[in-house]
Design a protein around this ligand. Structure first.
Ligand SMILES: *Cc1c(COP(=O)(O)O)cnc(C)c1O
Length: 352
């Protein structure tokens, strides 16, 4: 018999399943919420100006070049910004930095499915608070949970439903003893960011990513904004794990992107206008689709998510579905460029 070298701890874990990134044929890819439009032209300029010789040296361990660019774009100071290798890494580091050894974390039962994996990986307990009947988040329930903090995904995934700024502020203000980690991966498509509130509330940390709004999923970068004490906590956790998570090329590219507000605002407007068109067409085809504040739609159908997924895949269109009881009617459909959305709609018309 072959001995397994996996630790008993690892053997008992269930890792996160990333969305399919198939390389076998070309699909209309509406399954991982990437931006259908290219990154800013400033990114191309930054790449062309980047000296390969720079790669000989380690990057700044604290990503200072990028932190300064983010601080300027967000109207905060460098001391309020932490960068990581994808916002997944930033969110993961929050668990040992803020929740380990205490009362653990709370989050919705239907939300980003990486949070329970992070908690298990760091042996931190968690409470899952069910969404309300209408699929909105139960903020009162999250506030009452026996936990040191909350992963508050806004807009939520996979529902796409957003919480307005006023309600977010009330939630943060009413829970001064809980750290609210606002995961704003899709906030650019909603425009109700709690980031300015980080100056007023020491219990608020806002996490953003370059993967969706900035169309840079391939570069792997995300960041957190919060008061200095929280940011120092993230640095302490990072320096126990990986001193240089953000490489030099990534810093140059993301710094160029974050400065080009006009370009990205225009791209997001195009996504939002396609979002309304696509939602109306899906409703016409018999789908139940909550109003979305993000760049994807949460679409429920009588025939079930898996049926929709399989039929679409045969026709060259990828979406995401789940096997769980609560989500089995749904699939999550990324809003693509107009011609991609048209391909999705004609495949659905053929199937239904
Ligand atoms: C995509 C996504 C992330 C992760 O983004 P990366 O920066 O690519 O790691 C985090 N949170 C939510 C809710 C997401 O959908």
């Amino acid at each position: 018999m072959k001995k397994s070298f996996w630790s008993p701890f690892l053997s008992a874990l269930t890792p996160y399943t990333a969305g399919e990134q198939p390389q076998d044929r070309r699909y209309v890819k509406l399954n991982t919420n990437e931006n259908p439009y290219p990154p800013s032209p400033k990114v191309k300029e930054a790449l062309a100006a980047f000296s390969v010789d720079r790669l000989r040296l380690y990057p700044s361990p604290d990503a200072d070049l990028l932190r300064d660019a983010i601080a300027e774009a967000e109207g905060v100071s460098r001391e309020n910004v932490f960068c990581g290798n994808g916002s997944d890494e930033v969110l993961a580091l929050c668990v040992p930095a803020f929740f380990k050894g205490g009362r653990g974390a709370a989050f919705a039962d239907i939300t980003y499915s990486f949070y329970p994996v992070f908690c298990d990986f760091f042996s931190v307990s968690y409470t899952q608070v069910p969404l309300k009947e209408d699929y909105t988040m139960d903020l009162a329930g999250l506030g009452k949970a026996d936990a040191d903090g909350v992963f508050f995904t806004n807009p939520n995934a996979p529902t796409g439903i957003g919480v307005g700024l006023e309600e977010t502020e009330k939630f943060v203000a009413e829970n001064p003893g809980k750290l609210i980690v606002a995961d704003e991966a899709y906030m650019g498509f909603f425009g109700q960011s709690a980031l300015p509130l980080t100056k007023k509330y020491p219990n608020l940390l806002v996490v953003k990513t370059f993967s969706k709004y900035y169309a840079l999923a391939g570069i792997r970068c995300g960041y957190a904004v919060g008061n200095e004490a929280l940011i120092r906590g993230l640095f302490a956790a990072k320096d126990c794990f990986n001193s240089y998570p953000v490489d030099a090329l990534c810093q140059a590219v993301c710094a160029a992107a974050v400065g080009d507000k006009a370009y990205y605002a225009a791209a997001a407007e195009k996504v939002k206008s396609e979002r309304s068109r696509l939602r109306a067409e899906l409703v016409r085809l018999g789908f139940f689709v909550p109003e979305s504040a993000s760049n994807f739609l949460f679409a429920g159908h009588e025939k079930g998510g898996e049926f929709i997924y399989r039929g679409l895949k045969e026709r060259g269109v990828l979406v995401r579905f789940w096997n769980t009881e609560k989500l089995k009617k749904f699939c999550r459909i990324t809003v693509g460029a107009p011609e991609e959305n048209d391909a999705l709609l004609s495949a659905l018309r053929e199937m239904l």
